[in-house]
Structures are given as structure tokens and as C-alpha cells.
Design a protein around this ligand. Structure first.
Ligand code: GCU
Length: 686
């Protein structure tokens, strides 16, 4: 497909300004790349060829020796002397993905030198070069040395073999159709390009909830098919992982148990690992959701998570594979009458005591917050609580609770708050990003994963502007010090071009969008006031009397969950001081998390000066108005953006505008009826 919707941020439009274009054509018209390097860098060479053709309107000439005179681009690989671990040479050693770009004067000409520490490094360098050109940078502005901060930079697909996607909002799977892996993998290849262009180096290709067909992906019949997909990603420096069913030995192995300490089970997994690596020599490893939301796990046999994870890790270890074990474990059969159980406590309570018990090739994957990707939650207290365990932070790019790609919600500012959160583990100033990048506690391997937001719709992400979340995720975890605004600006330019007005307005819309969505859906950190199961649209009591542990406890006097040590569930004690004291104290607790930590009367006065009930009214009236404002800003761009994308965004913004009003009226009416307190400003509440 050639449409602007499809090409996302890889538009490769002709460089505007003939002078700059000529300068680049002169500098890049000849590309020197040794034959040996070129063999390992096919994707990079292809990308350059395509990029130059379309941006410079020239066909680059490739040569394997430097010309005697004139300017050229030289590409090379300089392998790192990495420390000898079993993952050596498999792309996991820090530094291997690094690249440098230098502009060197040579006689009357110039030489742009791109050196990668590995073929992946070259590929990242090529994407950096093409991005810089699209942003209108001059050659000397491209110079840099880059090394990604996080070693594991992963995407999780929640795709099912039947073609559906759990929490997918952009059509069906690009991977599967009718129980099979698709025959034509060209779209998967385009996805690999997109991911690689923002530095992603790992992908799990099936849902964490592993159903019948996917359980068989690891069999002799399933693996050749999976290997086809692995090959596509391999060319782009992306390692393929599979989500596995912990009960596979029972389900398909013909063994009457999945007990991790049973020798037959252990042997079955070891043989399975051997089989997998015969088909996919650089297989990344397993992602495991166990003893979570009815998925099987080690608990059935009286074993713990370390027993389960270590058994799988032992099977993968000889091949250099990893086990990514998810910490999304809680009691999903809770009795709402029981006020002592607190779902927010669960991950820490389950995994904290197991610190130090996991093998070297196990990573624990921890969701950013203690609940479940809400619009606003505190940061999971597990970050910093486990100094002897490899960790992966899990974000959700797909907008399950944040508007399902029908509402605009640019999530990079939210992720940045998480990464920048000061855990006070060890000392003040230890931010989540310092923990997950691994250096603080000397983790063997660590990083960030996120649930993808793409599907087979032409524009990949449903809402065209939701592409910014996928782009932003990759860029941010490559370098968590980039600002959300810089990423938004960059994405906008690459996607829509460098028109000043477009760049300013789209960036402004993106940056405003998460606070706007929060304002009409989730006041003061309360969360969960959504239609059960679908998680789209308001239903204040939808989860109130359910088994999921997701309550707001609103009554006629007040609202919020008491998680203090003094009178509540004690969840606050999972944080280090001073965070613990900040959250415990009604006075110090930040407004945006007040109802997450405290149950307060509607008349409680916030730091902002407003009462809780007035805050609810104000933010919902204000939020609905701001949502309408987004569509007005967009309409000012009519004529500056191609019709296809303009209309696709316009119709979604119109839906958001109307839906935000629905949210406003449902939430305001509910709390008005509950509390009996009128709006100070006398606006219409039903
Ligand atoms: C959420 C989501 C589920 C998903 C689960 C998980 O609860 O709604 O669809 O399976 O997270 O992360 O495992």
C-alpha cells in the first residue's frame, strides 16, 4: 500500500528546498559498503536505496571501495568486544546496537561515515540518517554517537490465531487469519520496518492469553510457520518471542501434569526448547502469563512463580533464550464485600518475597501501575523493591482504558512520568528509568515492553494520530531523556511534513490530549468508571460490585479507596519513604492521586482550592469543552493535510467531542445524585 495513512512516519517525501536536496544528493549519491558488511545489512541497504530514491530523487550507486575523489557515504560495522556471556553475539550486549555518524572532510569532498557496532547498529544509523533528512536537518546536524539506554526494547502483540486481537482497536491481526499465520508476510515486513525505525529489537507475536491453536505453535508442525515470521523480523534486528501456555505439557505433551518440579515436565520443556531452536536459532524466548486471570500456572501444584519461571529458564538457557514472566497476578475472584483485600497490593505481595530466587535469564515484566493501565495510577512500587531480579517495565500502547483509538490520547507524557518517578530506592533521585535500564542493580538484562496498538486497518492504528504513540514508545525507550514534546514534534514533521502551522497545532493537540481525556473520565486517580469488559464509555458502578477488585466506594458522603497504613489497606507501605509518607498524608497526597489513596468527603478541599465534588463538575465540563476544542484546532488545518488523513482524524475527533459530552453528563449526574451537592456555577446537570 502506498497511501499516506499506510506509510505512517516513514513517508520519505522529497526533501523540500532544492539546495539541501542537491547537497544531500551530492553527499549520498555514492555509498561505499564492503561486500561482507552488505551481506549482513540487507535491510539497511534496501532502506537507504528506497529512502534516497524517494527523498532525493536519485538512485544511489553502491560500491565496495572508496572512490578516489568526491563525496560519499561510507557504511561499516565495527564489532564490539563484548563481555563473554552466553548471550554474546546475539544482540543483547549493551553497546551492540550503537552507531555513530560523522561528517569528515576528505580532499575537496566530504565523507559521511556511518559505523554500527553491529548490523542492527547500522540499521538504526540508517533510520537516524533518513529521519534527519526528513526533518530538514543539514548533514552536519546529523553527527552523533547513539547507544540505546534500554537493552530490551520490546513489543507485545496480543494477537490471536483466529485473527482477532485482544484489546485491538485497528481491525484484525496482520499476523493471523482463520487459525493460521498469513501466507503473505509483506505487511509484517512493513511493520518490522516501522518498529526497527524506532529501535525496537524484540517482539512477542501472540497474545499472553494463549488459546488452543497458539499452544501448538511450539510443536513440530507449528514451528516452520512461526519461523517464517521470525525470519521477517530477523532481517530488521528484531528477535521473535512466543507467549506460551504454562499447561502445554498437559494440553499437548501427553504428560498428565505441568508441575514445574516434575522431571517429565522439565524434560518436555527442554526438548521443546531444542525443537524451537532447530527452527529458529535466534529465538528470543517465552513470555508467560501464569496464575493470572484464570491462566494456568505453578500454583496448581503448590509451587511458586520462581519454580515455574526457573523451570522454563533452565530449558532455554543452553540456547541463550529468555523467560519473561509477567507480574500481573492478583485475585480476580474477589468478593466486593471484603474490604481487606486490595488488588493494588498484589504484584508486590506475590513477587517481592521472591527477589533473588530467579535464574539469570528470567525477567519479571511489571505493568507501570499496580492496577491495570488506567488513565491515572501511581507507579508500581515493585520498581526498586527487587534489587536481585531482572526486570522489564510494561506499558500499554493500545488504548484500552484511554479512548480505544477513537479518542485522542498521546501517552508519551504519561510514560515519561512513570520513567521519571523518583522511587527513593537506595537513595533520592533513583528514578524508574535508572532501574529498568539495569545499571543500578546490575541486572543481566532488562528494559521495557509494551502492548502494541496496530491492526490490519490501512492506517495501522485506527486513529491516524495514534501512530504517534507507537512511534513515541520506541523513541522514548531508546532514550528516556527525550521530552514528550520533542517526540511529538518529530513525529508530526515526519508524518505530516514541516509546515510550521501543522507542526505547532498537531503537537499542541497531542500534548493536551492525555490531560483532556483524564479530565472527563477519571477524576483524581479514581479509575474504573468504565463499561465492564469493553472499557469504553462511562459506567460509574459497572465495576463496583464485581469480582475484579476495582472499586471507588462512592456513597452519599464521599468517594475513594483508603489505602493508607493508618486506616486502610496498607498499600502505601509498599513505597519507600518519603513516597510512603506523601501518599499516606491527606495533606501531602497529590490531587491527581487523591482518590487512589484516600476516601474523602465530597467537601474535602484539594490543593487546587476546589472541593472534590466541585472538581468533578469543573473537570467534566471543562474536559468536554476541551475535547470540542481539539476538533476546532484540527479544522483549522483543512487544506494543509491530505484529504485521506484529514477526514479520518476529523471524524474521530467529532466522535470524541460527542462522547466526551456523554461522559460529562453521566459522571456529573451520578455524583450530583449521590451527593446532593449542587454545582457552584449552576450549570446543567441532569
Ligand atoms: C487487562 C486486559 C486483558 C489482558 C490483561 C493482561 O486486564 O483487559 O485483556 O489480558 O490485562 O495484561 O494480561
Amino acid at each position: 500500500m502506498e497511501s499516506t495513512l499506510y506509510k505512517t512516519w516513514l513517508q520519505y517525501n522529497e526533501i523540500p528546498g532544492s539546495e539541501l536536496r542537491r547537497e544531500y544528493a551530492d553527499l549520498l549519491g555514492r555509498v561505499v559498503v564492503e561486500r561482507e558488511t552488505s551481506r549482513h545489512c540487507t535491510a539497511a541497504v534496501n532502506e537507504l536505496t528506497e529512502g534516497f530514491k524517494s527523498m532525493l530523487r536519485t538512485n544511489a550507486v553502491f560500491m565496495d571501495e572508496a572512490p578516489a575523489s568526491g563525496s560519499y557515504l561510507r557504511i561499516g560495522v565495527k564489532v564490539v568486544e563484548a563481555a563473554g556471556t552466553n548471550r554474546e553475539g546475539r544482540g543483547w550486549e549493551k553497546g551492540e546496537d550503537a552507531f555513530s555518524l560523522k561528517l569528515i572532510k576528505a580532499g575537496e569532498g566530504k565523507r559521511l561515515e556511518l559505523i554500527g557496532r553491529s548490523p542492527s547498529g547500522v540499521l538504526y544509523g540508517v533510520f537516524h540518517l533518513l529521519r534527519g533528512m526528513a526533518l530538514g536537518l543539514r548533514p552536519e546536524e546529523l553527527e552523533r554517537e547513539e547507544c540505546p539506554v534500554n537493552r530490551l526494547r520490546m513489543i507485545n502483540q496480543w494477537d490471536n490465531a483466529d485473527g482477532s486481537i485482544e484489546r485491538g482497536y485497528a481491525g484484525n491481526s496482520i499476523f493471523y487469519e482463520g487459525g493460521k499465520i498469513v501466507a503473505d508476510t509483506s505487511r509484517i515486513r512493513d511493520y518490522a520496518r516501522m518498529l526497527s525505525s524506532v529501535g525496537i529489537n524484540a517482539i512477542s507475536v501472540n497474545n499472553v492469553n494463549v488459546h488452543e491453536i497458539e499452544t501448538r505453535f511450539i510443536t513440530e508442525e507449528g514451528l516452520p510457520e512461526v519461523a517464517r515470521v521470525a525470519e521477517v523480523f530477523r532481517n530488521y534486528g528484531i528477535a521473535l518471542f512466543l507467549s506460551i501456555n504454562f499447561a502445554a505439557p498437559l494440553a499437548i505433551g501427553g504428560i498428565g501434569t505441568a508441575d514445574p518440579l516434575d522431571p517429565n515436565v522439565q524434560q518436555w520443556w527442554a526438548e521443546t526448547a531444542n525443537r524451537i531452536y532447530r527452527h529458529i536459532p535466534d529465538f528470543g524466548g517465552f513470555v508467560v502469563k501464569a496464575d493470572s486471570e484464570h491462566r494456568p500456572g505453578p500454583f496448581a501444584y503448590g509451587r511458586d512463580h520462581a519454580d515455574g519461571a526457573n523451570m522454563l529458564a533452565e530449558a532455554l538457557e543452553p540456547h541463550g533464550g529468555l523467560v519473561i514472566w509477567r507480574c500481573f497476578v492478583y485475585n480476580c475472584m474477589q468478593d466486593w464485600r471484603d474490604r481487606s483485600t486490595d488488588r493494588a497490593r498484589a504484584a508486590y505481595d506475590h513477587f517481592g518475597p521472591l527477589d533473588g530466587k530467579f535464574r539469570d535469564n528470567v525477567l519479571l515484566q511489571i505493568k507501570n501501575g499496580p492496577m491495570d493501565f488506567q488513565v491515572r495510577e501511581p507507579v508500581s512500587p515493585l520498581f526498586g523493591a527487587m534489587s536481585r531480579t531482572n526486570q522489564v517495565l510494561e506499558f500499554q500502547v493500545t488504548q484500552e482504558y484511554t479512548g480505544q483509538q477513537r479518542h485522542l490520547c498521546y501517552l508519551v507524557p504519561q510514560w515519561k512520568q512513570v520513567l521519571d518517578f523518583d522511587t527513593h530506592a537506595v537513595s533520592a533521585g533513583v528514578q524508574v528509568k535508572n532501574i529498568v535500564e539495569g545499571s543500578l542493580f546490575g541486572m543481566k538484562i532488562s528494559g521495557v515492553a509494551a502492548v502494541s496498538n496496530i491492526g490490519n486497518e490501512e492506517c495501522w492504528t485506527g486513529h491516524p494520530l495514534a501512530q504517534a504513540n507507537l512511534y513515541g514508545y520506541g523513541r522514548l525507550i531508546w532514550n528516556p531523556d527525550l521530552s514528550a514534546e520533542a517526540i511529538a514534534d518529530e513525529w508530526t514533521r515526519l508524518t505530516f511534513g514541516n509546515d510550521k502551522d501543522v507542526v505547532e497545532k498537531v503537537t499542541q493537540m497531542l500534548m493536551a490530549s492525555w490531560p483532556i481525556y483524564e479530565s472527563y473520565t477519571s477524576p483524581l486517580g479514581v479509575g474504573w468508571m468504565v463499561v465492564p469488559h469493553y472499557h469504553y464509555g462511562p459506567d460509574v458502578d459497572g465495576y463496583e460490585y464485581s469480582r475484579w477488585g476495582t472499586y471507588h466506594f462512592a456513597d452519599r458522603d464521599g468517594i475513594g479507596v483508603d489505602r493508607t497504613a493508618a486506616t486502610g489497606t496498607g498499600y502505601v507501605t509498599q513505597y519507600y519513604i518519603p513516597n510512603r509518607e506523601t501518599y499516606e498524608s491527606l495533606k501531602k497526597c497529590p490531587d491527581e492521586l487523591l482518590l487512589f489513596f484516600h476516601h474523602v468527603p465530597y467537601s474535602h478541599r484539594l490543593h487546587s482550592g476546589s472541593t472534590v465534588i466541585q472538581h468533578i463538575y469543573d473537570t467534566h465540563f471543562g474536559g468536554a469543552e476541551a475535547a470540542e476544542g481539539l476538533s476546532l484546532i484540527w479544522s483549522a488545518l483543512a487544506g494543509k493535510i491530505d484529504a485521506e488523513r484529514y477526514e479520518a482524524v476529523e471524524s474521530r475527533l467529532a466522535e470524541q467531542r460527542d462522547h466526551a459530552k456523554h461522559w460529562r453528563d453521566v459522571i456529573n449526574t451520578y455524583f450530583h445524585r449521590k451527593s446532593g451537592v449542587p454545582d457552584e456555577r449552576g450549570r446543567e446537570i441532569y
